[in-house]
Design a protein around this ligand. Structure first.
Ligand code: MMA
Ligand code: CA
Length: 184
């Protein structure tokens, strides 16, 4: 009799445990985790992104994130939360000033993608076709059919140039703003 009661009790516990671990609650938790991670990233960027870390080029300011790697969409959120947007350098002078500061071997997200139309690279900030694109030889190649976000990368001591890469990859990133937020 005691065995039967404890067996029933175990079954009851098992059913309830399973109920609380449905795929719904697991995906809900990972969504929450994503948001927490994103918020952490924003706070870290704000901490390191004081005015001193913005690079003034002409009328623009660029912020180069070197402490944390995130996917393209998180990079977008972080730059927006910093009061700017994921960078889209518009000319060689802007690009050169950025390139000097990048660390070789690293990859940096830019605010350019062909997520809306394959093969048509748009600046995220304006939604318009990106006018200044400097590709690595052979790029963009939409490798594996899943490369829709543009990064800066350098290979084997070659200069940093653009490459289309999978948006879900974690990389460093570059934000841009008209005026840096000195309050952070
Ligand atoms: C990697 C990746 C691609 C790039 C190729 C170039 C294998 O994929 O970085 O985006 O186009 O390398 O060889
Ligand atoms: Ca590519």
């Amino acid at each position: 009799m005691f065995k039967l009661v404890s067996l029933l009790l175990c079954m009851w516990i098992a059913v309830h445990l399973q109920g609380s671990l449905t795929s719904d609650s697991v995906s809900g938790n990972s969504g929450r985790l994503d948001r927490v991670e994103n918020q952490m990233a924003v706070l870290q960027s704000q901490q390191s992104g004081g005015s001193g870390n913005f690079l003034n080029i002409g009328s623009k300011y660029f912020y180069i994130e070197e402490n944390q790697k995130v996917n393209w969409h998180s990079a977008l959120n972080i730059c927006t939360n910093m009061g700017g947007h994921l960078a889209d350098p518009e000319n060689q002078q802007e690009l050169n000033s950025i390139l000097q500061r990048l660390i070789r071997g690293r990859h940096y997200w830019l605010g350019i993608s062909d997520l809306a139309n394959e093969g048509l690279f748009r600046a995220q900030n304006t939604g318009r076709r990106a006018t200044f694109l400097k590709w690595v030889y052979g790029e963009p190649n939409n490798y594996g059919n899943y490369e829709h976000c543009v990064e800066l990368k350098s290979q084997q001591n070659r200069p940093f140039l653009m490459n289309d890469a999978p948006c879900w990859l974690n990389s460093y990133f570059i934000c841009e703003t008209g005026a840096p937020n000195n309050d952070e």
